[in-house]
Design a binder for this molecule. Structure first.
Ligand code: ZN
Length: 436
């Protein structure tokens, strides 16, 4: 395998990829044992709670659907040859198919077959959550090879009252202000969308669990898309004001070298500025997209009854890579290093969230005498002298209680880290007082 050299090493990137490998074979959906099994595996990494909401529960304008489970599915020709088999790829079954066991002519069978004529080697990912029907997905090449005759179609599935399952983890900081990290867990064997988001979220949670001094509390959601976020919002409506920043994570393992950030509905929420500052600071190629009410669960978090400050963080956007929602979104499509890079960028976002404070200049009348405090030309002789000195002057000038460190970084064009370092030095010299 092309990643063999890399995977022999125990790095964060290889650990991120190993979790994808573990989760890839599982057939997930918006309900059922696939999600449960996935969440139980995640519990080996982080202590998340698994919630079960019964079928029929009303959540705003929606109802928790029947639970779907599947054991087996195939299509046999009249010779008894299995032409299509769920065991070879769980994408072969229209997700949420009702059971069927019937012999039928090709013409009737074709009404239940889904293919991608423009990508004839790939199996599409199709679902039918809210309309009871059955179907198979296959490559277009398999489809055109089907000969006239009778076929035996068999789907051993159940669609009955049960539960919708989701995972939640709250990592408590020193304040009740929360950062929401949400990712969807309802896709079967598809890697970039969205085992990549799951793995990056789990490893970010592991990283935060080791931190002792978090200011914010971090709430992680591992939920089925749409119905999961709507259900979570319905159950937690009273607490959402605690959410000060939020990110939906998806498509974080492809080889695209341009990061994509889709702004929250507000467009100028702190999280929007913090993510953009991180991307600016890291010399990363990136693209900022304005909010639109289409996409992942950010559209529920940003619905008009909530308008939470939640953006969407991705590499190549969903729907814009040809492998999207096909059997080609597999382990080979994923670059372990890209996963690691995505995680490391999110750690930098957390750094900015945690350290974006406001200060008061305690000597605001004229510039304070930096020389006598050892703060003039702090790092003599190096090329970053100017920046460091400029960072100190900017922090002093704008620390009037109205500007955060992020505001100062944005206005000065200096990196957030340099601004933070300057603030630390000035606070140490009793020239700044922490406000909030
Ligand atoms: Zn998807």
């Amino acid at each position: 395998m092309f990643q063999e050299k890399l995977l022999n090493k125990d790095t964060e990137a290889t650990r991120l990829f190993a979790l994808l490998e573990e989760l890839y074979p599982i057939c997930r959906s918006i309900t059922g044992d696939g999600v449960r099994k996935t969440l139980r595996i995640l519990q080996e990494y982080v202590p998340l709670d698994i919630h079960e909401l019964p079928t029929g529960t009303e959540v705003f304008d929606w109802t928790i659907p029947k639970e779907w489970n599947i054991q087996e599915a195939w299509i046999k020709n009249s010779n008894g040859d299995k032409l299509i088999d769920f065991r070879r790829s769980n994408l072969h079954v229209l997700n949420y198919s009702i059971p069927v066991d019937k012999v039928m002519a090709l013409s009737e069978l074709k009404e239940h077959l889904h293919t991608l004529p423009d990508q004839p080697d790939l199996i599409p990912h199709k679902t039918s959550y809210f309309k009871e029907q059955w179907g198979f997905c296959l490559t277009h090449n398999q489809f055109i090879d089907l000969e006239e005759g009778n076929y035996h179609v068999f789907i051993d599935s159940t669609l009955e009252d049960g539960h919708m399952t989701y995972g939640e983890l709250l990592i408590k900081g020193t304040t009740s202000d929360e950062v929401l990290i949400s990712t969807h867990v309802c896709h079967p064997s598809l890697c970039n969308d969205n085992l990549s988001g799951i793995s990056v979220a789990v490893h970010l949670a592991q990283y935060l669990l080791k931190k002792q001094d978090l200011r914010y509390s971090y709430r992680f959601l591992f939920i089925p898309a749409t119905i999961g976020s709507i259900a979570w919002l319905a159950q937690n409506e009273k607490n959402v004001d605690d959410i000060k920043h939020g990110l939906v994570l998806s498509c974080l393992g492809d080889r695209g070298d341009t990061m994509t950030y889709k702004r929250s509905r507000k467009g100028n929420a702190s999280i929007d500025k913090l993510v953009e500052q991180m991307l600016d600071d890291s010399d990363q190629a990136y693209e900022i997209r304005e909010f639109l009410p289409y996409g992942y669960d950010e559209r529920q978090f940003c619905s008009p009854g909530f308008v939470l400050p939640v953006g969407l963080f991705m590499r190549t956007p969903f729907g814009e890579f040809p492998e999207y929602h096909t059997s080609a979104d597999n382990l080979n499509f994923i670059d372990a290093e890209a996963l690691g890079e995505s995680l490391s960028m999110l750690k930098k976002v957390v750094y900015r969230i945690e350290h974006n404070r406001s200060y008061q200049n305690l000597k605001p009348k004229g510039e304070p005498n930096l020389g006598k405090r050892g703060l003039y030309k702090l790092i003599g002789g190096k090329t970053d002298v100017e920046i460091s000195q400029m960072a100190i002057l900017w922090v002093l000038n704008l620390s009037d209680g109205k500007h955060s460190l992020l505001d100062i970084a944005r206005r000065s064009g200096i990196t957030f880290q340099a601004i933070k370092q300057a603030a630390d030095a000035l606070e140490h010299a009793n020239l700044l007082k922490l406000l909030s």
